[in-house]
Design a protein around this ligand. Structure first.
Ligand SMILES: [Zn+2]
Length: 149
């Protein structure tokens, strides 16, 4: 496991770019979602919805921290880390048992203080689908405007 501390650049956007840059945390307050490439280098896109029941983001004017930790047990790398003041703070990789426990605990509206589990396939797919629909609608509106102008 990669144990080198990685500092993320913070970029506030309305819409996420099609291709994310490595070591960059994109934050859309408009869609209450953050997105970044898995810091292990596997290039998987991690989408973290921001809400009291998902992840909470703290922005101190310069750096961003996220609560709880991000456990990508659905990925081959199974990376698990905190984002604290822009720094990727590696936590232990998930074991199958931990995944099962966290999965059972992380029912909606229940705060346990234990890392929330996410799978890019199960959890974030609806969010992404919703966002890309919004994005294509928005790009249609934009192109309408630019045709007129
Ligand atoms: Zn990874």
């Amino acid at each position: 496991m990669n144990a080198v501390a990685i500092e993320l650049s913070i970029v506030f956007v309305d819409l996420f770019p099609k291709y994310l840059e490595e070591r960059t945390l994109y934050i859309s307050t408009k869609y209450q979602t953050a997105s970044h490439l898995c810091p292990c280098g596997c290039q998987e896109e991690i989408v973290t919805p921001l809400s009291p029941d998902d992840w909470q983001m703290t922005y101190d004017g310069r750096t961003v921290s996220m609560q709880p930790s991000i456990g990508n047990w659905g990925l081959a790398c199974r990376s698990h880390y905190w984002i604290r003041h822009n720094i990727v703070d590696w936590a232990e990789a998930w074991t199958d048992r931990q995944v099962l426990i966290a999965r059972n605990i992380s029912s909606p509206k229940k705060h346990s203080g234990i890392s929330r589990v996410m799978s890019p396939y199960e959890r974030s797919a609806p969010v992404q689908r919703e966002m890309s629909r919004t994005m294509s609608l928005w790009s249609k509106i934009v192109s309408l405007f630019s045709m007129r102008g």
